[in-house]
Structures are given as C-alpha cells and as structure tokens.
Design a protein around this ligand. Structure first.
Ligand SMILES: N[C@@H](CCC(=O)N[C@@H](CS)C(=O)NCC(=O)O)C(=O)O
Length: 232
C-alpha cells in the first residue's frame, strides 16, 4: 500500500515507482513544460501518457486529479509536510517544482515575482492566443471562409512576439543571464507556433530576431531535447 493508492488516478495509471513524481501528460506545448523542467531539475519521475485518441482526459480517474480535463498534471508523493500533493495547470506546476527545489527561479523576492510575471504572460497571453491561431490556421478553423478570427489571432500573436522580442533584446534568457521557468513556459509555445502549427510565415517570424536566437539556444539544451519526447 503506497501513499498514492488513495488517488483514483493511480487506478488507471498505476504507479510502478510510487516514490517518484507521477506525471500525466503528452508532448504538447503545455505538457512538455513539465517534462522539460523535471529533466532540467534531474528529479526522478514516472511519466504516464494521457491519450487524447482514447479520450483519456475525460475519464473519471483523470478528472479526479485534473477537473478541467487538461494535461499536464502531477502527483508528488513528497509534497509539503511530507504528504502527497496533486496539481493541475502547468504554470502552477512549474512554480511548485521550482519552489520545491529552489532552482530555475531567482532566490530574491523581486526576481522571483519578475519571473512569475513572465510565466503569467505565457499562461494568459501566449498560450491561449497561439493556441487559437493554431485552431484557425492548422485545425478545423482553417476551413472557415471568414478569415477575420484567424487574422485577429495572427495580429495578437505578432504583438505578443514583439513584446517578447523587446524583452529579449540584450538578454540571454527572459530573466537575463539566469535561465528560469519563464523560458520553460514560453519557448515550447514559440517552437510549436513556427514548427507544428507551421505559422512562421503568417506571423513573419524572422523579424523577431531575439526570439529566434533564444529559441535556438533553448532547443539545444539536453534537458529540452529529452523533455520534448516525454511521454513517449
Ligand atoms: N492552462 C492549461 C492548459 C492546458 C491545455 O490546454 N492542455 C491541452 C493540451 S496542450 C489539453 O489537455 N487538451 C485536452 C482537451 O482540451 O480535451 C495549462 O497550462 O496546464
């Protein structure tokens, strides 16, 4: 009997290593944020694939942990006070894991909140806007005759890329010299926009030279290369 047995999610995705962080995910731009962070931190974890083809995200077991039916989610057997902690929402998971380890987030209060501000910029801006652009450019919305919704998200995505490009001027990473969870939140979405969504031309990506430079450095990191493939 492990401390995770009382979590219904472990009935559908049994924990073979209940002492490790359990990750429920898929290699999407939101999912890989967590696998990349776990790889960067070198924390032992056990990934579980939540298959959208089988509608796993709507199963009662998954909803018991992630009521918004979205990946990623985690179950940490060693949460606060040594008790298990279940979490959904990638931003909350990034902040939790960085705080738990004291890594990839500045130690000083001002630097910490500045980092969180950029994580929120991704969660409230880049993620939802790029995601809508993907719908109207690559998925079902591409067949809509009325191109105004697509154009709205193209314009908003370009605006957000402009904000990010300005921030990265003269900086190695979003927070300057220090690589943080802000980079891990934002850059998988930029990669997805120009890669999987094929929207590079649409948003005139080459003009965002600082974003392109930092994205190149990001995707070369061993932890990023590995994290992008998890769960297999
Ligand atoms: N704000 C959420 C968004 C998560 C999200 O949108 N996940 C998508 C995959 S990238 C998902 O699980 N979609 C499944 C569905 O909507 O049914 C987060 O950052 O964790």
């Amino acid at each position: 009997m492990s401390s995770l047995d009382s979590f219904a999610i472990t009935r559908k995705w049994p924990a073979r290593h209940p002492d490790r962080i359990q990750l429920y995910s898929l290699p999407t731009p939101n999912g890989v944020k967590v696998s990349i962070l776990l790889e960067e931190l070198g924390l032992p974890y056990e990934p579980h694939r939540v298959s959208f083809d089988s509608q796993d995200q709507f199963s009662p077991e998954f909803l018991s942990l992630s009521p918004n039916n979205k990946i990623p989610a985690i179950l940490d057997p060693n949460g606060p006070d040594g008790k298990p902690l279940a979490l959904f929402e990638s931003g909350a998971i990034l902040v939790y894991l960085a705080s738990k380890t004291g890594q990839l987030i500045p130690a000083d209060t001002a630097g910490r909140f500045e980092t969180l501000q950029w994580v929120m910029f991704q969660m409230g801006g880049i993620g939802p806007m790029f995601g809508q652009l993907g719908f109207f450019h690559k998925f079902a919305g591409k067949d809509y005759e009325d191109k105004r919704p697509r154009d709205r998200y193209v314009a908003e995505s370009k605006r957000l890329l402009g904000v990010l490009d300005k921030r990265l001027e003269g900086r190695d990473w979003v927070m300057g010299e220090q690589y943080t969870i802000a980079d891990i939140a934002i850059l998988p979405w930029v990669r997805n926009l120009v890669g999987f969504y094929g929207a590079g031309d649409l948003v005139e990506f080459p003009q965002f030279k600082n974003v392109a430079r930092v994205l190149e450095a990001f995707v070369a990191r061993p932890a990023v290369i590995k994290g992008l493939t998890i769960p297999a």
